[in-house]
Design a protein around this ligand. Structure first.
Ligand code: SAH
Ligand code: SF4
Ligand code: F3S
Length: 482
């Protein structure tokens, strides 16, 4: 959903427009002038490099940043040896933050060699006051810092940096605004993420996301549908609807609509063959949604349903608002409607106060549900969240031991589950040339599993019927059945 604005036609002698997104297109045009000057002086275009460090929502934001830079005329670089580098950060766990500080040191090395180089940081980590203080004090070579709420202002902020040559910091506490119609550069031609909502209202007690992403805001269904129609016209066949809790989509809109209702509308769009979504909170997964999924062959047979813990007591402490039994009943209901669905999950070990018995409850759920795959995380203390102040933080060695036991269980079940599909013929969306062997292509099943098969780049973006000839644990080898 791209504003067809010709930057050349924008009058840069007039005052900047006050309306969005026009104001940002004005600043894109300004930056474009700057880029042209740069090229004249240096004999080449400035290179930009966008690094995404977070979840799918951040990845989508990174595509927007890349789209804006492309519109400005920056050449797309493929390493940090560039004239403009931006890190779109994540802060969901402590090690995400440490990675940023480590990488900034490395980046400083490039900046010392390239006097033109500008460094920017944005994303969730920038919404934390202590982070910005630390950056101000010890990382003065960073030129631009902004947060999640004003990411749409990127063009304006970059212009400020380029024009003034000094550091710009602009982080907002909150916003109720959604700015539509900024340019996007998609990483893949045939699939795309589409934001349907921003923020989160759930306040799970361990989680920092509601603090750094703000309150839940749903996009208008009309805007979402238009964006997907445009993507379909551009050749996109698979879309992933994105939100921290898609099941509560639409609740705060003037004319409320359910996520299931939205999914039905998306299903009708011609050209879209596969619909995925992320993430579903178990507490809000409705019967209506199960019904719509079941009746739509376009909705992928994959449900990511974060469990977090199998202990009802810990779930209460986590403020997840479901019990172990409710979770198990939900899985059963989903499987009854769609027996072939793949169910994946997220699990945290070592939440404050977690006893061996609590952990065994988690293992019990894992054994009973038999997840197709699971992301397992060691609890990370996030300052400002209720869990950070809870008593009974678990010693590292105990957590590590539980984590290893959990991982072993999860992996052996996942491998067994994968074996069940061996020999089947299933549709695969081919995504690209295999990274290790260029006589192969790599694609995904509806259930999100990876398949490698002989083929060339003409297959990219197409859906093929593939026989899964071998199962290698977490992926398959296959061949096209014509
Ligand atoms: N909105 C999604 C999750 C977003 S964060 C949901 O509710 O499912 C992705 C995952 O990171 C979470 O599911 C959780 O398992 C993990 N996570 C979040 N905060 C964490 C923390 N403090 N420590 C460890 N893992 C965490
Ligand atoms: Fe975090 Fe919970 Fe919101 Fe997911 S639903 S983003 S885990 S607060
Ligand atoms: Fe990380 Fe922000 Fe996503 S904290 S998980 S990038 S919403």
């Amino acid at each position: 959903m791209y504003h067809e604005i010709d930057l050349e036609k924008i009058n840069l002698n007039s005052a900047p427009p006050t309306e969005e997104p026009d104001r940002q297109y004005y600043y894109m045009a300004k930056c474009r002038e700057w880029v042209k000057n740069f090229q004249q002086k240096n004999g080449h275009l400035p290179k930009s490099f966008v690094v995404n460090m977070g979840c799918q929502m951040n990845a989508r934001d990174s595509e927007k940043l890349a789209g804006i830079l492309e519109n400005m005329g920056y050449e797309k670089g493929d390493s940090e040896e560039a004239d403009f580098v931006i890190y779109n950060t994540c802060t969901v766990r402590e090690n995400a933050n440490n990675k940023v500080y480590g990488r900034l040191g490395y980046l400083h090395g490039f900046k010392k060699k390239n006097p033109h180089m500008k460094i920017a940081l944005c994303g969730c980590m920038m919404q934390e006051r202590e982070v910005v203080e630390k950056l101000k004090k010890s990382y003065s070579f960073v030129d631009l810092i902004f947060g999640t709420h004003n990411i749409y202002k990127f063009a304006e902020l970059l212009w400020e940096v380029l024009e003034s040559g000094s550091r710009v910091i602009d982080v907002w506490e909150e916003t109720d605004k959604i700015v539509e119609e900024l340019p996007v550069e998609r990483k893949y031609s045939f699939k795309s993420g589409v934001n349907i909502m921003f923020g989160c209202n759930n306040f799970c007690s361990y989680c920092i996301v509601p603090y750094v992403r703000g309150r839940e805001r749903s996009r208008n269904p009309k805007d979402i549908i238009q964006e997907i129609e445009k993507l379909a016209e551009d050749g996109v066949v698979e879309i992933m609807l994105l939100g921290q809790n898609v099941n509560s989509y639409g609740k705060n809109l003037e004319e409320p609509i359910s996520f299931a209702g939205l999914l039905e509308e998306v299903h009708k769009i011609q050209g879209i063959e596969r619909i995925r979504f992320m993430t579903s909170h178990p507490k809000d997964l409705s019967d209506e949604l199960i019904e719509v999924m079941k009746n739509s062959p376009k909705v992928c047979r994959h449900l990511h349903l974060p469990l977090q813990s199998g202990s009802t007591r810990i779930l209460r402490e986590m403020n997840r608002r479901y019990t172990k039994d409710q979770y198990l009943a939900l899985v059963e209901k989903v499987r009854r409607a769609m027996p072939d669905i793949s169910i994946t999950t997220d699990i945290i070990v070592g939440f404050p106060g977690e006893t061996e018995e609590d952990f065994l409850e988690t293992l019990d759920v894992v054994k009973r549900v038999r997840f197709d795959s699971a992301f397992t995380f060691i609890y990370s203390k996030r300052t400002g969240t209720p869990a950070a102040a809870m008593e009974g933080q678990i010693p590292e060695d105990v957590v590590k031991d539980r984590f290893d036991r959990l991982l072993k269980e999860v992996q052996s079940i996942a491998a067994e589950k994968a074996m069940e599909h061996k020999g089947k013929v299933l549709p695969v969306l081919v995504e690209g040339i295999n990274e290790q062997d260029d006589s192969l292509v790599t694609g995904r099943l509806s259930n999100n599993s990876v398949v490698h098969l002989p083929g060339g780049k003409d297959l990219i973006g197409t859906i093929q019927n593939v026989e899964l000839t071998e199962c290698k644990g977490f992926y398959y080898m296959g061949r096209i059945i014509s």
